[in-house]
Design a protein around this ligand. Structure first.
Ligand code: PAF
Length: 279
C-alpha cells in the first residue's frame, strides 16, 4: 500500500538516515503523537521546503502524561495516519514502541527552567520534562538537520528552541503556523473529544484570544476580562488567559520586545490551547 518506509527501531531508522546523508541529502523531522490532522500535514509541507527527505515520527510519549491524564485513551490510529501521509512529501515514518524508546532500566530525566516555568507547568508539572526528553531522543536518534514544531503549543516550541540552543544541538528548529478550522478553532488531536455542544463553545476561544491580544487595557485588566468572557461563553475552567513576553514567557517587563497572548481553557476534561501575537 505504501511507498513510505516504516521504521520501528532506532537501528533501522538510522540506517535509512545514514543512506540519505551519504548522498548529501538534508533530512527533516516532524515529531508527532499521531492522530494526524491538517495541522500536522501543514508541518510536513513546510519542512519539505527546507529538507530533501522528510521523516514523520509517530509516538505517544508516556513520559509527558501524568498518571491521571489521557495516555490510555489518547487517540491511536496508525493505519489512518499512514493513509493521511500517503499523498504528502513524507519519505519515512518512525514509529517505535514504548518499550523500544524506554527500555527496562531507563533512568534519565531532563529538568528545564526558563520558558518551561509556569503556564503549562503549573497545571502539568511533569509535562516539559517528558517533552524535552523525547524530543532530545528523537533528534539524536534521527540525526535530523531540521525539525518543525507547531506554534499552537507555543510554550513547547520555546522550550524546545531553548533546549536545542542550550545543548548546542546541530539542528535547525522551524516553527509551523497554527492551522484552524473554518470557525477559527485551532486544530488539535484532542478536538475529537468534544461533544457537538462543546464544539460550539470551543469556537469562542479564538475570538476571546484575539480580544485579549488587542486589548488596550492594562494587562491585568485584559486578562481578567478574557477569563470572565471564557467562563460566560461556557468554558468550565480557565487554566490561564494571559499576556507574556514572547521569548521568555515571563510576565512582560521593560525589556520585553514582543508579546504573546496565550489561553488554555477546559470544556469538561478537554483542555484547549491557543495563542497569537499580542500588541
Ligand atoms: O506536540 C506533540 O505532539 C508532542 O508533545 C511531541 C512534540 C511530538 C513530543 O511528544
Amino acid at each position: 500500500m505504501s511507498a513510505l518506509g516504516i521504521h520501528r527501531t532506532l537501528e533501522d531508522m538510522r540506517a535509512q538516515v545514514a543512506a540519505w546523508k551519504a548522498q548529501g541529502l538534508r533530512v527533516g523531522l516532524v515529531p508527532t503523537m499521531g492522530a494526524l490532522h491538517a495541522g500536522h500535514l501543514s508541518l510536513v509541507e513546510a519542512i519539505a521546503q527546507n529538507a530533501d527527505k522528510v521523516i514523520v515520527s509517530i509516538f505517544v510519549n508516556p513520559t509527558q502524561f501524568a498518571a491521571d491524564e489521557d495516555l490510555d485513551i489518547y487517540p491511536r490510529q496508525e493505519a489512518d495516519d499512514l493513509a493521511a501521509l500517503q499523498n504528502t512529501q513524507t519519505d519515512a515514518v518512525f514509529a517505535p514502541s514504548a518499550a523500544h524508546m524506554y527500555p527496562e532500566g531507563f533512568a534519565t530525566t531532563i529538568a528545564m527552567d526558563g520558558p518551561a516555568l509556569g503556564l503549562e507547568s503549573d497545571e502539568r508539572p511533569h509535562f516539559f520534562g517528558g517533552v524535552a526528553l523525547i524530543v532530545l531522543k528523537l533528534l539524536i536518534q534521527t540525526q535530523t538537520d531540521v525539525a518543525i514544531f507547531g506554534e499552537k503549543d507555543y510554550q513547547q516550541l520555546r522550550v524546545i528552541q531553548t533546549m536545542v540552543a542550550d545543548l548546542n544541538l546541530p539542528v535547525e528548529i522551524m516553527a509551523g503556523a497554527i492551522m484552524r478550522e473554518a470557525d477559527g478553532l485551532a486544530m488539535s488531536s484532542r478536538n475529537v473529544y468534544l461533544s457537538a455542544e462543546q464544539r460550539k463553545i470551543a469556537a469562542q476561544l479564538p475570538v476571546i484570544l484575539k480580544q485579549l491580544a488587542h486589548s488596550p487595557a492594562p494587562i491585568a485588566v485584559a486578562e481578567a476580562e478574557a477569563k470572565k468572557a471564557l467562563l460566560a461563553a461556557g468554558f468550565t475552567k480557565v487554566d490561564y488567559a494571559c499576556i507574556r513576553d514572547a521569548e521568555t514567557l515571563a510576565v512582560p517587563d521593560a525589556n520585553t520586545v514582543s508579546r504573546r497572548a496565550l489561553i488554555v481553557a477546559r470544556l469538561g476534561k478537554t483542555r484547549l490551547l491557543d495563542n497569537c501575537p499580542a500588541v
